[in-house]
Ligand binder design. Structure first.
Ligand code: CA
Ligand code: ZN
Length: 299
């Protein structure tokens, strides 16, 4: 089994790949937490760390045969998180600015449960940063975009399949920023930030151009769009889903829009606003029995 552990701090077609795989191969990603292990105890405040070294992603991995216009499917097989995670308030982000102090909280994770003060709750490990390289330029890992990046979607869990547009040869797939738990919106700016290991099988779907990433869970499929303005982002997420439904089910765009209104869920992944980072919204629909898949099955 191929394991990778080298990290980068941006998504870029210029990063040299740390490994090369064929479609269908499994890769084990060893990840650092979003602070690159600079925060280890309650006395380490986020204001003291080097912000050039945050949100590391492990990779990138070059997928043989992947070319612009294809789609990469990352099937998340398992996520194992460490035994200690960190949650912080941030000085300048989120709806509760001004109503909380700067604080670092160490959260123990044992046997699938997180211990938060006197409360013990089940963890829900997920991948925050995941995607492929953009066509050009470098996008810091903390920023989401059409390539993926900091999607911070709580459904990016073991068992999910995430789909990303391939925009450069080899796709250059990378991931990091595990959370033992994160709520929709991640309103304080962090989940339970934690290191760990993610086992992924990388599939290639030739000649399927996507505008935005997508995420398939056991019973739903979502489009994920991002940007600085809620209205525009919601419109992008809904529009991609509308087109896929119309194409897959042979409905016109108006019926697809009506269906999304009565059956779809437009929801928040990441809206820690105000923030210097864009928000991420999703548009999801149930997998309707008897209806065609919106995306081809990954081979
Ligand atoms: Ca994140
Ligand atoms: Zn994170």
């Amino acid at each position: 089994m191929l394991s990778v552990s080298d990290v980068v701090f941006s998504f870029s077609p210029e990063h040299p790949p740390v490994a090369r795989v064929s479609p269908g191969d499994m890769v084990r990603f060893m990840t650092k937490d979003c602070f690159c292990d600079q925060v280890t105890g309650a006395s380490d405040l986020v204001t003291a760390i080097d912000f050039d070294r945050v949100n590391p992603a492990t990779g990138p991995v070059f997928v043989e045969g992947a070319e612009p216009g294809d789609t990469l499917c990352a099937e998340i097989l398992s996520i194992d998180v460490a035994e200690k995670g960190i949650a912080c308030t941030l000085p300048d982000s989120g709806p509760l600015i001004g109503w909380c102090e700067l604080r670092t909280k160490v959260i123990e994770v044992r046997e699938g449960k997180a211990i938060f003060n006197d409360l013990v709750f089940p963890v829900r490990p997920m991948v925050g940063v995941i995607g492929t390289a953009p066509a050009e330029g470098a996008v810091v890992c903390g920023q989401p975009g059409a390539h993926g990046g900091n999607l911070d979607c709580k459904f990016m869990t073991a068992g999910a399949k995430a789909y990303f547009p391939v925009r450069t040869r080899g796709a250059l797939f990378q991931l990091g920023d595990l959370h033992a738990s994160m709520g929709d919106g991640e309103i304080g700016g962090t989940g339970i930030e934690i290191g760990g290991t993610v086992l992924v099988r990388l599939h290639l779907i030739k000649n399927l151009p996507l505008d935005w990433p997508m995420l398939e869970t056991g019973d739903m499929i979502h489009t994920l769009a991002s940007g600085p303005e809620f209205v525009a982002v919601q419109r992008e997420a809904a529009r991609q889903m509308q087109r896929l439904i119309a194409a897959a089910w042979g409905w016109d765009e108006t019926d697809a829009a009506l269906y999304l209104s009565v059956r779809g869920d437009s929801a928040i992944c990441q809206t820690c606003q105000p923030s210097t980072f864009d928000m991420v919204l999703r548009m999801g629909i149930p997998k309707e029995p008897g209806k065609a898949r919106l995306l081809p099955l990954p081979g």
